[in-house]
Design a protein around this ligand. Structure first.
Ligand SMILES: Nc1ncnc2c1ncn2[C@@H]1O[C@H](COP(=O)(O)OP(=O)(O)OP(=O)(O)O)[C@@H](O)[C@H]1O
Length: 329
């Protein structure tokens, strides 16, 4: 794999006062992963597992009470290497849009609601292209056409577009400068299933045509099945399994992944699936050992005593579970 993003032993904690006690919320706790050039890397996990915090730390968007405790994030943009935490804030800002861009849930965060859409394109992208306004808008129109969007929509206000159309416009905006790396945070969660399918196929097409890498974050395993090449499963701030999508779905190894995959509905199967007992832990007071052990159907004594390391069990496949790797690791 030709790596575009390398994340090593990343720990990022929030400082929080809970019941009068100063605590650390260990939202990202020792995560290492690599995203290849041209790859869609999916991150899955339930609510509060640390997905958004992981995105923030990867993008270097760190504000109190969040702080990076250890680890590093390296990008390999434009033939060089950028160590995100060794860069000055203005150098980090310079990567935005041109090399690294975002697609968020809720496009109104990006499209200015009181201005026509063309102004959002000018605000974000014009200064990065050394061309006249006329050439700039010719390029924008060509980009929209390539993405099957009518360039006349540039004259509309965001509220005049449907939710799906707005989200597609946001994706056009995020990709106008052909960034190498795109972070997508639950980009289809607020959309209905039909519109969701359109948006996902648009993302796939962009990835194929432009060769950009994606970090695609969603709790929705069905969406991952459609769009992700590889998936990292996050539980309570830790990466517990990573595998190519087809392998992860056909043979999930970690008991938590088995639960996620097993809960997906299947056509013709009307049986109810057992739910997982308990709740995800409070990350200010996570359990000792494996954070999943209080809910795990396969737990052993060691699971409450020792943190299972993330072990490569087959090529391209890592899992952190003593029930899979044995307790001698
Ligand atoms: N500003 C904050 N101060 C303290 N704790 C925080 C803060 N923001 C998030 N957290 C905590 O960090 C943990 C991870 O949150 P995060 O938002 O990263 O999870 P998530 O997987 O993205 O969840 P969701 O899918 O619900 O957005 C949670 O326990 C959350 O309560």
């Amino acid at each position: 794999m030709d790596p575009l993003v390398e994340i090593e032993n990343l720990k990022a904690y929030y400082r929080a006062f809970l019941f009068g006690v100063d605590r650390e919320v260990r939202a990202v706790d020792d995560i290492s992963l690599t995203i290849g050039r041209g790859e869609v890397y999916g991150v899955a996990g339930e609510s509060s597992s640390g997905k958004t915090t992981l995105i923030k730390t990867i993008a270097g968007a760190i504000r109190p009470p969040l702080r990076v405790v250890s680890g590093n994030v390296k990008f390999h943009f434009a033939g060089g290497t950028q160590d995100i935490y060794a860069m000055k804030p203005e150098e980090r800002m310079a990567l935005r849009w041109r090399h690294l861009s975002y697609i968020m849930q809720g496009s109104m965060n990006v499209l200015n609601p009181v201005r026509r859409i063309r102004h959002s394109f000018t605000d974000f992208a014009f200064r990065h292209m050394a061309v006249s306004k006329q050439v700039f808008f010719e390029k924008v129109a060509a980009h929209l056409q390539r993405l099957k969007l009518d360039p006349h929509l540039l004259d509309a206000y965001p509220h005049e577009l449907s939710g799906g159309m707005r989200q597609r416009m946001t994706i056009a905006l995020a990709t106008i400068l052909t960034p190498e790396f795109i972070i997508a945070d639950e980009p289809t969660t607020a959309l209905d299933v039909i519109v969701q399918r359109d948006v996902l196929s648009m993302i796939r097409e962009i990835q194929r045509e432009m060769g950009s890498s994606f970090l695609f974050v969603t709790h929705d395993m069905g969406v991952h099945a459609t769009v992700s090449d590889r998936i990292g499963i996050v539980y309570a701030g830790r990466l517990v399994e990573e595998a190519p999508t087809a392998k992860l779905f056909s043979k999930p190894l970690h008991p938590y992944t088995q639960h996620l995959v097993g809960s997906l509905p299947r056509i013709g199967d009307a049986t109810t699936r057992p739910s997982l007992e308990g709740r995800p832990p409070n990350l200010a007071m996570p359990p000792e050992g494996c954070r999943f052990h209080p809910r795990c159907p396969k737990r052993m004594d060691i699971c409450s005593q020792k943190v299972p390391p993330l072990v490569t069990v087959e090529p391209e496949r890592r899992v952190a579970c003593f029930a899979v790797t044995g307790d001698q690791v």
